[in-house]
Ligand binder design. Structure first.
Ligand SMILES: C[S@@+](CC[C@H](N)C(=O)[O-])C[C@H]1O[C@@H](n2cnc3c(N)ncnc32)[C@H](O)[C@@H]1O
Length: 318
């Protein structure tokens, strides 16, 4: 079968640009070279504050879930006992994202949901990850938030979306990421959750959105149509990362619709570097921020085939 625009097979063919990635501390962001990409080791909020305003064309990110994973590092987001504190931290990070976005920029925010603990405070050790010292399930479950009951769906994606709207963002679309290959859950009193949200948020009423770059085949089989708001994309774990990573095919339409070649793409929660990978493959530059140095090393290893890597540990003056 011919590779299509949306087929990861065509990535490599399009990546002929000479790329450079600089790896270093947040202070590097105070003076960026727009021809270069960056992996910044540090806290998202601290690092974003260094970046000059209106530099980024699009942001694609997936913040840590609340109360699920222990990424094993101080200042990590997601381990708060109070869900309001978690949401407040994300609103503050994304306020900085809004500041650094260009006036016609877009923000693609992936959020998954969860359930209240149902009164259980202890979490059984995570069998899959407990021995690898990289990432593990949190050993505790945060208490049920005020106003919710045991077994309630938290509704976190929409709670965050409404807070971001209040904070000035335009909420333009709720895209359903449908995961056809999701693993079974051991529940018998509700459907198995097979989706997450991707919110399309913008800084202004008018913004750059190349709908033609992401047309999808029409149902009739003749021609193409505007991309719909349900995206069926299989989960695709990156073998060396022991946490939820973006499938590249999920990030691809966000970057294609949200930016042009040579534009700057941001991911403030870079993890294994998937946003950077797709950005480079599509001839964009990127800034990825990641708190955990082990994951920065993972992203570096993953992106080495696509770029020359330069280490710069020097603190620059803001
Ligand atoms: C859901 S993962 C992102 C995965 C990523 N989309 C990928 O494809 O690999 C969330 C990431 O946020 C990082 N993180 C947690 N708190 C952070 C903070 N305060 N600043 C920056 N990164 C943070 C975690 O270490 C983790 O790698």
């Amino acid at each position: 079968m011919e590779p299509t625009l949306f087929d990861p097979l065509c990535y490599a063919e399009e990546s002929q640009k000479e790329n450079t990635i600089v790896i270093g501390p947040p202070s590097l962001l105070s003076k960026i070279d727009k021809e270069t990409s960056y992996i910044i080791t540090g806290d998202a909020l601290t690092a974003l504050k260094q970046l000059p305003e209106e530099t980024v064309q699009t942001c694609v990110t997936s913040p840590p879930y609340w109360g699920l994973r222990d990424y094993g590092i101080p200042d990590q987001i997601g381990t708060e006992m109070d869900v309001c504190e978690y949401l407040d931290k994300l609103v503050k990070v994304f306020r900085e994202v809004k500041r650094v976005l260009k006036p016609d920029g877009t923000f693609w925010l992936n959020m998954g949901d969860g359930y209240t603990s149902g009164g259980r405070t202890y979490r059984a050790p995570d069998k899959k990850t407990d021995n690898d010292h990289v990432v593990r399930g949190l050993p505790f479950r945060p208490p049920t938030p005020a106003g919710l009951k045991p077994k309630d769906l938290l509704g976190l994606p929409w709670r965050l979306a409404f807070l971001l709207q209040e904070d000035g963002w335009y909420l333009r679309a709720d895209i359903i990421w449908f995961k056809p290959n999701i693993l079974p859950e051991s529940v018998k009193d509700r459907p198995t959750i097979a989706h997450e949200y991707i919110f399309l948020l913008t800084k202004n009423e008018r913004y750059y959105y190349d709908y033609q770059a992401i047309l999808e085949p029409a149902v009739s089989g003749k021609g193409y149509r505007n991309k719909r708001s349900v995206w069926a994309v299989n989960t695709e774990p990156y073998p060396e990362a022991h946490f939820a990573t973006f499938p590249p095919s999920l990030v691809l339409p966000c970057i294609l619709a949200g930016s042009k070649p040579d534009d700057l793409v941001l991911d403030p929660f870079l993890g294994s570097g998937t946003t950077g990978l797709v950005a480079l493959q599509k001839k964009r530059n990127f800034i990825g921020i990641e708190l955990n140095p082990e994951y920065c090393a993972l992203a570096e290893k993953r992106l080495t085939p696509y770029a020359m890597i330069l280490k710069n540990e020097t603190e620059t003056e803001a």
